[in-house]
Design a binder for this molecule. Structure first.
Ligand code: GDP
Length: 610
């Protein structure tokens, strides 16, 4: 076939930086670069890309053409330019840190804990949470809503409850700066490790002050001096050695040095002079968001300015609504939340994304208008991003052989996760695995269980499905088997990354497939005195066996994992119950099942590699 030839015309290079929207079509792109749509199409044909004049182009294609024209461009997400207009409609400016009023009252510092895996981030967060819950609530139930507050010397401190730099970086990638101070946890026995350095780099890039917590000083082989030495080499010179880095020795496990750490955080907060006006329309950032079966979309937000109140009309990214209820981290309903307070917000139309700004709108109509406009632009943008993902995907196992054959491998992924925060964190970290010979494309990123639709999409685009804390239902599982779609489920982000990294270097470990042995649907919950709750179930598939491993699923999301300890047919103990029969499953450890939940039993089997 003969293509009309394209000869670049270098007489007309556009001046200055041309702002181009991602996912532009040749029709939009051509004229902006002093060319016609046909020029763009012809040029791309020469590069082996067949596109039509009205088809969305991916970033590479746009950049390639611009480079050929010799134009300097800046790619923006569709809607980015419009965002300024939308904020005008909400009668606010872009969120600017310098907006802080000098005479506004002080606000609590917002703190994120980072550091290498196993150095004690979670233990430290738990220790601070349990030891210093707001007075009067000691011993009360604390919820994991993504953040919590604690008191020291009558002052509040706010902690973001997702340790690690992935979430922090994902938030920053979306333009959100929620954190005022980073605690860098370094285990005294292990010293500075790769993720310590990564965390340090991220905190520095964000220009956030760092307080070092040297943890596990209770250990016999603790060597805090070595840690200080290693940190100094990285430019974090401790105060004791004449530098300006605050270093506190702690044992999260044995509750040593925690108050000292909190005191030092307050010192840094004072130096930073963190202030925010408690009045005026509130705004802030979404920390976490998910769909709750009973309550609808739930977002945990961090209030950064003003006071958020029940009844406020609100926009959060592309979702909106009137605040129906506010719930603090202790599970109490509250009427309002001031600066630096984390609260759960009920009443939004949709699941917002972690890192989205929220703003109280002048009225509901404006809130919905802004959210709808954003949603429109997000759709356009994601269409462009994924436009190219459909072609030439490879299965995880085949990646290495493709690379070896000298082909550039394209790994298409469908990523599903239980909540938005983990979805963001996972995709952000996955993106970092990209290298010249392996391109990762996200065909779909979504929150919720793995559906038949996901399998169909994965089959059509040759994608591997990565599930994080979510599972396929039976229909989806069967379809995946029939279509040969690979589903990999993880409960730890780092494991997912490890697998993909290993696939790239051809060292994919033997896969332990979790073979589902039975499914039962919960029909009713009985409370039996002294025994607790029993789920009355109907076995829909396979066999449910006492002692087998089990997962409880609600709308495809894993809500609990454990073993089946008691299984009954009517009043009698049963060893196994087959499909088509009813049974009672004892819930000793997990009492929170509801009718409609699915109980799935499984076995682990090694899949031989070919
Ligand atoms: P993370 O991965 O950084 O969140 O680390 P974890 O908080 O899960 O802690 C990893 C392991 O280190 C767990 O077994 C903890 O019990 C242990 N650990 C945490 N803090 C301390 C400490 O201060 N002293 C000792 N001896 N062990 C600790």
């Amino acid at each position: 076939m003969d293509f009309p030839s394209y000869t670049p015309d270098d007489t007309a290079v556009p001046e200055g930086v041309v702002v181009l929207e991602r996912a532009s079509t040749p029709q939009d792109l051509g004229p902006k670069l002093n060319r016609t749509a046909a020029d763009v199409v012809r040029f791309l044909m020469q590069q082996g890309e067949m596109v039509t004049a009205t088809q969305s182009l991916n970033d590479d294609m746009i950049e390639l053409f611009a480079a050929d024209v010799g134009a300097e461009i800046r790619l923006v997400d569709p809607g980015e330019e419009q965002e300024v207009e939308l904020l005008k409609m909400l009668e606010v400016g872009l969120l600017d840190d310098d907006e802080d009023d000098d005479d506004a009252p002080l606000r609590p510092p917002v703190i994120t804990v980072m550091g290498h895996v196993d150095h004690g981030k979670t233990t430290l967060l738990d220790r601070i949470r349990s030891a210093n819950v707001v007075a009067g609530e000691a011993g009360g139930i604390t919820q994991h809503i993504g953040a919590y507050q604690t008191v020291r010397n009558d002052r509040l401190l706010t902690f973001i409850d997702t340790p690690g730099h992935e979430a922090f970086t994902a938030m920053r990638a979306r333009g959100a700066d929620a954190t005022d101070i980073v605690i860098l946890v370094v285990a005294a026995d292990d010293g500075v490790m790769p993720q310590t350095i990564e965390a340090l780099d991220h905190a520095r890039a964000a220009d956030v002050p760092i307080v070092v917590a040297v943890n596990k000083i209770d250990r016999d082989n603790a060597d805090p001096t070595r840690v200080l030495q290693q940190l100094s080499e990285r430019g974090l010179v401790p105060e004791a050695w004449g530098g300006d880095t605050i270093v506190v020795e702690v044992s999260a496990l044995q509750d040593l040095g925690i108050d000292d750490l909190l005191d030092n955080l307050l010192v840094v907060a004072d130096l930073e002079d963190l202030r925010a006006a408690p009045d005026g329309r509130s705004r802030g950032v979404v920390l976490e968001s998910h769909l709750d079966v009973g309550r609808g979309p739930v977002a945990t937000v961090l209030v950064q300015r003003g006071t958020l109140k029940v009844g406020d009309p609100l926009v959060a990214g592309a979702s909106w609504g009137r605040v129906r209820a506010l719930i603090d981290y202790q599970g109490n309903q509250v009427k309002e939340a001031g600066p630096s307070t984390p609260v759960e917000v009920l009443g939004l139309s949709d699941v917002a994304q972690a890192g989205d700004d929220f703003i109280v709108a002048p009225d509901e109509r404006k809130a919905s208008k802004v959210a709808e406009t954003r949603e429109h632009w997000q759709r356009v943008a994601s269409h462009g991003r994924d436009a190219h993902a459909m072609s030439g995907g490879a299965r995880l196992e085949d990646i290495f052989s493709q690379i070896q054959a000298g082909e550039a491998a394209n790994l298409n992924l469908v990523v599903k996760a239980d909540v938005n925060g983990s979805l963001e964190a996972l995709t952000e970290s996955l993106k970092k695995l990209e290298r010249p010979e392996v391109k990762l494309s996200f065909v779909l990123r979504g929150v919720g269980g793995i559906s038949q639709g996901d399998i169909e999409l994965a089959a059509a685009s040759n994608a591997t499905i990565i599930g994080f804390n979510v599972r396929p239902d039976r229909n989806a599982r069967e379809l995946a088997l029939a279509e040969g779609v690979e589903i990999r489920s993880y409960e730890i982000i780092y494991k997912a990354l490890e697998d993909i990294e290993n696939a790239i270097i051809g060292m994919l470990a033997p896969e332990y497939e979790e073979v589902v042995t039975g499914d039962a649907e919960v029909r009713e919950i009985f409370r039996v005195p002294r025994i607790g709750a029993i789920a009355g179930c109907y076995v829909t598939n396979g066999v449910i066996t006492r002692g087998s491993k089990v997962r409880f699923l609600r709308e495809g999301t894993i809500i609990w994992k454990g073993d089946i300890t008691s299984l009954k047919r009517f009043k009698d103990d049963a060893r196994e119950v087959a499909a088509g029969y009813e049974c009672g499953i004892g819930l000793s450890d997990f009492q929170d099942l509801k009718p409609g939940d699915i109980i799935e039993t499984f076995e682990e089997r090694e899949i031989p590699r070919t």
